[in-house]
Design a binder for this molecule. Structure first.
Ligand code: TXA
Ligand code: MG
Length: 313
């Protein structure tokens, strides 16, 4: 299939309304979207990404009113999160309506719902007129795409359209919080931090290692966020002998160069926004080892450390 590149949200949305697949920018990462109510269209997402069928998708909405089409019940806690964080980088997991095909939710009775705040995403979702199921627009197991060029690299010829936009602002995927129980459970760290969630619902907790996390956040058991290179986390300087043919990314102090590729970020936010594209660039250059400087686990730092740890696996 030929993948159409466009800057026009209406052109892109027409593909979704016709049952096709469209990659589009959000404030977190690029998503690969299809009409969530169209089972055949949802199947195309799994096919294009080579995504395991047991990994559920997030439904994206343009307006809060659309949540009612997806979820049977909007709990009090959900209302608080929606009020505070929508539109934005937060996904709430809710009990799904029968309209949502079980293929989209990997057989679960729940669905993740998110309202992106990126302007292009909002215009696109409005033009689609239906909630749009969208995982990150990468081949399964590759780093999430933060530019339309990265989407093209992975999915050219495999999807109907790419809506071109700017590089994404945040660069890491949304925070996922399970809101189906009495106490919200953080399933995936993102730009909305645990502290911010707790400022709204103080009981919010992190999924503990004792519980069957895999059934609660199915995506986390899959291989994720991995470049071809080996990722090593470092808090300190790297011995000069190890720099050759290696890459380094981090904040603050400029390490003694000798690295084949080097990215010094001015802030943790900039580091988070740059890291997935940096991984891809390392792969393009055939770099074997990537040194990633560790950061404090507060704010976006917690999500960044989560992705860096996963990238080592
Ligand atoms: O920022 C984002 O969330 C991006 C953009 C495109 O919106 N999307 C994204 O989707 O990262 P994806 O499919 O790469 O990650 C979705 C995560 C997975 O870890 C998945 O297991 C979890 O959300 N998830 C989705 N539906 C769920 C559900 N019903 N219950 C528990 N976890 C769910
Ligand atoms: Mg993903």
């Amino acid at each position: 299939m030929k993948t159409v590149l466009t800057d026009n949200v209406k052109t892109a949305a027409a593909f979704v309304r016709d049952g096709g697949t469209v990659a589009f920018p959000t404030e977190t990462v690029y998503g690969l979207g299809a009409n969530v109510f169209d089972e055949a269209a949802v199947a195309k997402i799994f096919e294009a990404k080579q995504r395991p069928a047991d990994n559920p998708l997030i439904a994206h909405v343009a307006a809060v009113e659309q949540i009612g089409e997806l979820a049977t019940e909007i709990t009090e806690n959900t209302e608080k999160f929606v009020e505070r964080f929508f539109p934005g980088p937060l996904t709430v997991v809710l009990r799904k309506t029968d309209r949502v095909p079980s293929l989209a939710t990997a057989g679960l009775g729940t669905i993740g719902v998110r309202m992106p705040r990126g302007e292009v995403a909002r215009q696109f979702l409005t033009a689609c007129g239906v909630p749009v199921a969208a995982p990150s627009a990468n081949l399964s197991g590759r780093p999430s795409p933060t530019t339309w060029q990265a989407v093209l690299e992975d999915l050219d010829g495999r999807i109907d359209c790419i809506l071109r936009g700017e590089p994404t602002e945040i660069g890491l995927e949304s925070t996922v919080v399970d809101c189906t129980g009495d106490v919200p459970v953080l399933l995936r760290a993102g730009a909305v931090s645990l502290d911010e969630l707790r400022a709204v619902v103080p009981e919010t907790r992190v999924a503990s290692s004792g519980e069957p996390e895999e059934s609660r956040s199915p995506g986390l058991k899959h291989r994720h966020y991995t470049p071809n290179a080996e990722v090593r986390l470092v808090s300190d300087t790297v011995p000069a002998a190890d720099c050759k043919d290696a890459a380094w990314i981090g904040t603050g102090v400029d390490p003694d160069s000798g690295f084949a590729l080097l990215k010094v970020c001015a802030s943790v936010e900039e580091y988070a926004a740059a890291v997935f594209e940096f991984f891809r660039e390392c792969d393009r250059r055939g770099i074997r080892v990537i040194y990633c400087q560790t950061v404090a686990e507060s704010g976006i730092g917690a999500a960044l450390m989560d992705r860096l740890r996963r990238a080592r696996l």
